[in-house]
Design a protein around this ligand. Structure first.
Ligand code: ADP
Length: 196
């Protein structure tokens, strides 16, 4: 069995920067955010189930998911969020498992902002947290996404607190310097993971 590393971190912590570095080392990265979008693409059974559960208004004229309408709906109705997640979470999990199993690199990474929150860490052998102060998270996410500080703070609030993630993770890299500093901390971990 291939060794599976779970990579996580709050918004703006540097997860994507870290996973891109691992990719440059030849490691396959399965991205839970990408999988979450793939499983609701046109023609996928999860999209058909969402359509059946919510009605025609969840689809755009071209048959794709009306993400914005659905987002506003589940924001207003917590029960609807549960219904949605009862459809999407199992589909995401199944697709992640398939993609992890299909990987042929020496080990494989599952990157997910909600690795611990959604129990996706159960699919992994070992976890790595990319950690950064809230100030740095806000600064980096604001630069990247052109979101307001309030929006980013709201996302941080909705994610598991930093301290709790630090307690759960097997390895932690504090991404508080330049990108080269981040990579220099990733390299010895990568060497160790190669031996697993
Ligand atoms: P995440 O995937 O955890 O949300 P990213 O890896 O996308 O975070 O990082 C957020 C932004 O900050 C990106 O634009 C990224 O290039 C930048 N960034 C990440 N780490 C550093 C660093 N150590 N120094 C400078 N910029 C960084």
């Amino acid at each position: 069995m291939t060794f599976i590393l779970g990579l996580t971190g709050g918004i703006g912590s540097g997860k994507s920067a870290a996973s891109h570095w691992f990719e440059t080392q030849g490691i396959t990265v399965v991205d839970a955010d990408i999988v979450a979008r793939e499983i609701v693409a046109k023609g996928q059974s999860a999209l058909q189930q969402i359509h059946a559960a919510f009605g025609d208004w969840v689809l755009l004229d071209n048959g794709e998911l009306n993400r914005r309408a659905l987002r506003e709906h589940i924001f207003k109705y917590p029960e609807a969020r549960k219904t949605l997640e009862s459809i999407t979470h199992p589909a995401i999990r199944e697709s992640i498992i398939q993609q992890l199993q299909a990987a042929t690199s020496p080990y494989v990474i599952l990157v997910s902002p909600l690795l611990f929150e959604t129990n996706q860490h159960e699919l992994t052998d070992h976890t790595l947290l990319i950690d950064a102060s809230i100030d740095l998270q806000i600064q980096r996410a604001a630069m990247r996404d052109h979101q307001s500080i309030e929006q980013i703070e709201q996302i941080i609030q909705s994610q598991m607190p930093r301290e709790q993630k630090r307690r759960l993770a097997d390895d932690i890299v504090l991404n508080d310097g330049h990108l080269d500093h981040l990579y220099s901390h990733l390299r010895p971990l990568h060497e160790a993971y190669l031996k697993r």
